[in-house]
Design a protein around this ligand. Structure first.
Ligand SMILES: *Cc1c(COP(=O)(O)O)cnc(C)c1O
Length: 407
């Protein structure tokens, strides 16, 4: 047996798809929270307040709006738990995350025989995965055609596919679901807290799931926001779900949601963390104080600055999200993406490659909404490219960036 020294983790520049650069205020709330159990009155009050702020962040009146303890996939597991074996589902995949969501949906919808035939990656009869090429968006026409053909009970799409940096057509998805009487489920992991939208404007989408550490900018592993329309909750009440911990109805209880109504304080469902609640609560306060619309405008403004800078370095940007650039390196550096990203990461500049083919570079700006932060990211990326032999004049690029910001 060995005992290791205390774990030291350095400060790095989180400039990837997420987790974002955690706000010091969030870390401070986390670290300053007293030792209190999960039924202490301020912890319970914090949960009720966080639930109410989360409704504003989502733009919803949905009573069943709360956080699921864990990561983004925990929230997604909670919403996917509505899907029972044999349910007919159409899921759209255009990158790493919607691909994994599709796998998760296939696990839920499989019969026992289908699961046994391929336990890790089942291929149930009742699920159709519509693959859209990496680098392209899921369009309303694609959704409409698939729903018209298959007439499923559920349809699934990622709003912003972080694997390829593409925004998918939420309005088109909603409209096709409404037209064909299909219940929509959306992965809003990357868009919540970055884009300015009200989920109540998309009534055919009956369930939404997001994550703690991207647009919401709470600590990872705190709370994954979810929201269910009453129609979805009715389905769960009638049919049940094969889970206790991620049960859409039961999981609401600790947040003070009982029998479709808000109550003053929640009751025990599982042991929540006062530290996690404090972090989540502060992150929501920061988002709402900044203002959803202002924050979305700030992302647009700074993404454009960084996009122009990397294009001037010869990169081709294939994404259209406002929190993330996904790009191809110029011809002479093509094929060396992993080497470049590895070199940056080794020096604490935390950019990312894509996690599924084709290999591209991802640079994110979550919580980097200042001239100084974008200038630092552009400068570090320029240095890394030059080190690998790229051919451009860094001063010229930094001057152009300065000119963008000084208008
Ligand atoms: C990051 C991400 C996920 C997974 O979130 P985790 O917090 O890593 O579980 C799922 N979907 C999308 C679109 C994402 O961007």
């Amino acid at each position: 047996m060995s005992i290791f020294p205390p774990l030291e983790i350095p400060n790095t520049l989180a400039a990837g798809p997420g987790p974002g650069n955690t706000d010091p205020r969030v870390l401070q709330r986390f670290a300053q929270s007293g030792v209190a159990d999960h039924m202490q009155k301020d912890v319970l009050r914090g949960m009720v307040e966080a639930k109410k702020m989360l409704r504003t962040a989502f733009g919803t009146q949905n009573v069943y709006t709360y956080g699921v303890g864990g990561t983004g996939f925990s929230g997604l597991d909670c919403v996917f738990s509505m899907i029972l074996p044999g349910d007919k589902v159409v899921a759209f995949a255009n990158g790493t995350f919607s691909g994994i969501d599709g796998q998760s949906i296939r696990m839920k919808a499989s019969t026992r025989e289908e699961l046994a035939a391929n336990p890790i990656d089942p291929q149930p009869e009742s699920v159709t995965i519509v693959n859209v090429a990496h680098g392209q968006s899921v369009s309303g026409d694609i959704v409409e055609a698939a729903l018209a053909e298959h007439k499923p009970m559920w349809a699934f799409m990622a709003h912003w596919e972080t694997g390829s940096g593409r925004i998918n057509d939420l309005q088109g998805f909603n409209d096709a679901c409404a037209k064909h009487g299909v219940m929509g489920i959306v992965d809003a992991v990357s868009s919540l807290g970055v884009a300015d939208y009200d989920i109540d404007a998309y009534p055919a989408v009956v369930a939404w799931a997001s994550c703690p550490q991207k647009g919401i900018l709470s600590l990872p592993l705190t709370y994954a926001p979810v929201s269910f329309r009453d129609e979805a909750i009715e389905v769960v009440k009638q049919r049940g779900a094969y889970t206790y911990v991620h049960h859409p109805v039961l999981e609401g209880r600790h947040w003070g949601i009982v029998d479709g109504k808000d109550v003053d304080a929640g009751g025990y469902h599982r042991t929540h963390s006062g530290y996690a609640i404090a972090a989540f609560h502060e992150a929501l306060r920061i988002l709402l104080t900044h203002g959803r619309a202002q924050k979305a405008a700030d992302y647009e403004y700074h993404e454009k600055a960084l996009r122009q800078a990397v294009q001037a370095m010869g990169c081709e940007v294939t994404s259209n999200m406002t929190s993330l650039l996904v790009l191809n390196l110029p011809g002479d550096l093509a094929g060396r993406e992993k080497e470049l990203v590895g070199g940056c990461r080794a020096e604490g500049f935390g950019i990312w490659p894509t996690l599924s083919e084709p290999v591209q570079v991802r640079i994110g700006i979550l919580n980097q909404l200042t001239v100084e932060a974008i200038t630092e990211i552009a400068g570090l990326f320029a240095d890394a490219m030059l080190k690998m032999g790229a051919n451009f004049n860094k001063d010229e690029i930094m001057n152009q960036l300065k000119a963008y910001y000084t208008g």
